[in-house]
Design a binder for this molecule. Structure first.
Ligand code: DOR
Length: 427
């Protein structure tokens, strides 16, 4: 079966393409970019997608997702999480290991990949734990997880406190060329805080998490990456100081990359007024000074990737006192329109934005996706950059409705998500 995507504005930062053109898919692969399509269109076995006025990009890639299965299927499953991804324009998602059981050995990795193959809608790239049970005491079965298909290791949510163990993990994964992905947090400094430490936390009477809690761990892991020569990727950067430390490390040639989430570049801790538990996540929303620094970091390339930290929780779990609500918000179905605000505000060009959602995340997890190159697998997202609408959690495919962006007016609607040449989502 052949599919022709015609007349779309194609943006592929991996090839520096930004122009109106046609793309022909043959089976699972991108075959060619036909100029004259008159003859082609006469073929009976051809499916045609008219992408006039639409933008055609490599399938989006989110390297920070919590799929919750196995163990927390009431929050999300591999089925609903991948449906949510497809609706958000993501064709590949990397899932964090904090499931139950934790993905710290090959049998859990096998389970996730089997479920993804049989019930999943988009590509699932598992991330294995750094330590057994994410307890920070003993290295997990990293070699076996690599063989089973893990693309990175991380103890996301449960940072590795023992610096020597982190050093050993970094040395060990070099053999497999896997990146170490860190949720940078000194939990002693966080000290059971529940939001950003500052004026707002004082006014609300809530315990704060200082910026330094993130910054000192980023600095530590940068030095350990320098010591070991291991690829380090830093999750959800939230503070001005973190951006500064990463920028300086990159200048020195340290192999460090970093991501920002839409909530950290769009919202401040004032969102927590009214004790809104859908504004509770870890790292927490910070101040406008931090938001400005993150935007600057996105602009100057210090922050390479936009990722969601999609963290679904049930409404019952979030509908409790702020102090005891779990950290996390959903993000897969809102990331593209929210990120397009950076283009509207002239912070990034559309090509720079798409780069942070495609080829940059692909490179971090050593994937050959994130590109529309000929003979590559046809993972493609098509969206209308102008369509305006209100975000409505009731329309989410995700089981998680925990978003602080309810009723936000946004622009940019996913029209088609194509995985391996097949339309998996159409709006
Ligand atoms: O907000 C968060 N939610 N931060 C984390 O570190 C973990 C995540 C989750 O799993 O819910």
């Amino acid at each position: 079966m052949k599919t022709l995507i015609k007349n779309g504005k194609v943006i592929d930062p991996s090839q520096k393409i930004e122009k109106k053109m046609n793309i022909l898919i043959d089976g699972k692969l991108i075959k060619e970019y036909p100029g004259n399509i008159k003859e082609l269109e006469k073929r009976k076995d051809l499916k045609v997608i008219d992408a006039n006025k639409l933008v055609v990009v490599p399938g989006l890639i989110d390297i920070h997702v919590h799929l919750r299965e196995p163990g927390f299927e009431h929050k999300e499953t591999i089925r609903t999480g991948t449906l949510s991804a497809a609706a958000g324009g993501f064709t590949s998602i990397a899932c964090m290991p904090n499931t139950d059981p934790i993905n710290d050995n090959a049998s859990v990795t096998d389970y996730i990949l089997l479920k993804a193959r049989t019930e999943g809608i988009v590509n699932v790239l598992p991330i294995g734990a750094i330590t057994k049970s994410e307890e920070g005491n003993q290295l997990a079965e990293i070699g076996e997880m690599y063989k089973a298909g893990c693309v990175a290791i991380s103890d996301d949510g449960m940072p590795v406190t023992n610096s020597n163990l982190m050093r050993r993990a970094m040395e060990y994964v070099k053999a497999f060329n896997l990146p170490v992905i860190v949720h940078a947090e000194d939990t002693y400094l966080s000290d059971d805080g529940v939001m950003n430490e500052g004026k707002t936390s004082t006014m609300l009477g809530l315990k704060g998490i200082p910026n330094a809690s993130e910054e000192v761990m980023i600095a530590r892991d940068i030095f350990l990456s320098e010591l070991t020569g291991t690829d380090l990727h830093i999750c959800h950067v939230s503070t001005e100081g973190s951006v500064r430390v990463i920028r300086e490390a990159k200048k020195r040639g340290v192999k460090v990359t970093a991501e920002a989430t839409p909530h950290h570049f769009l919202l401040t801790d004032e969102e927590v007024y009214n004790y809104n538990t859908n504004a509770k996540m870890n790292p927490p929303l910070r101040t406008s000074k931090d938001v400005k620094a993150i935007i600057k970091g996105l602009k100057d390339g210090t922050l390479d990737v936009i990722a969601t930290d999609h963290a679904p929780h049930s409404e019952d779990e979030k509908n409790v006192e702020f102090d005891i609500a779990p950290f996390g918000i959903v993000g897969l179905e809102t990331a593209l329109p929210l990120s397009l605000k950076l283009v509207e505000d002239k912070i990034l060009t559309i090509s720079q934005l798409i780069e942070k959602l495609t080829i940059n995340p692909a490179n971090i997890v050593n994937s050959d996706k994130g590109t529309l190159k000929k003979n590559k697998v046809a993972d493609i997202t098509i969206f209308d950059p102008k369509e305006e609408y209100l975000i409505d959690k009731n329309n989410f495919y995700s089981k998680g409705k925990n978003t602080p962006f309810q009723d936000w007016k946004v622009r940019g609607k996913v029209k088609y998500t194509i995985v391996s040449g097949k339309i998996v989502y159409k709006n």
